[in-house]
Write a protein that binds this ligand. Structure first.
Ligand code: NI
Length: 173
């Protein structure tokens, strides 16, 4: 399989609802894709990466959130489904498809998510804070929603202006 390349906004794949992963898709090739997604994410120093961000319109994302008190929250999510949300957090968010852009986004504080792991096993996770933010952000990618869409109108306008500036100076391709 070819190496993966992170696509940048406004690549149309980022704005497309991704297809569910079917049962037949599980196997060696899917495992390799997930491994490569983790490697691509680590190389880019991200904590989450969704398949549409590497040009693959499938409902898959990987996440690795460091944890001071123990092992990191490292998971691959295939066909993620948000089952429950609660609370509210406001914080800075970035996205590997928006290089250099950080903006405040309001998200739920706690999320219960159901997905399949790369072996096809269903699991549920109850996550909070940064992990909840990440799960929501990456599940949005599977739905063709980018974090720009989650900003307040004013912040979105500022972000779009900054993107245009970076595009004009060739810092954003
Ligand atoms: Ni993102």
């Amino acid at each position: 399989m070819l190496d993966l390349k992170i696509v940048h906004y406004p690549d149309p794949v980022l704005l497309t609802v991704a297809k569910p992963v079917t049962e037949e898709r599980f196997g060696k090739e899917l495992e390799e894709l997930v491994d490569k997604m983790f490697a691509t994410m680590y190389q880019a120093r991200g904590v989450g990466l969704a398949a549409p961000q590497v040009g693959i319109s499938e409902r898959i994302f990987v996440m690795d959130i460091p944890n001071e008190d123990g092992p990191s929250q490292k998971h691959a999510f295939i066909n993620p489904e948000i089952l429950h949300v609660e609370g509210e957090q406001v914080g800075d968010e970035g996205c590997l498809s928006f290089p250099g852009l950080y903006q405040q986004v309001k998200r739920d504080t706690r999320v219960i998510v159901r997905a399949h792991d790369v072996a096809g096993q269903e699991f549920e996770l109850d996550v909070s804070d940064l992990a909840a933010r990440c799960v929501l952000h990456e599940t949005d990618h599977c739905d063709g929603i980018v974090f720009l869409d989650r900003m307040s109108p004013l912040k979105r306008q500022l972000a779009k202006r900054k993107i245009k500036r970076l595009q004009n100076t060739g810092e954003w391709e």
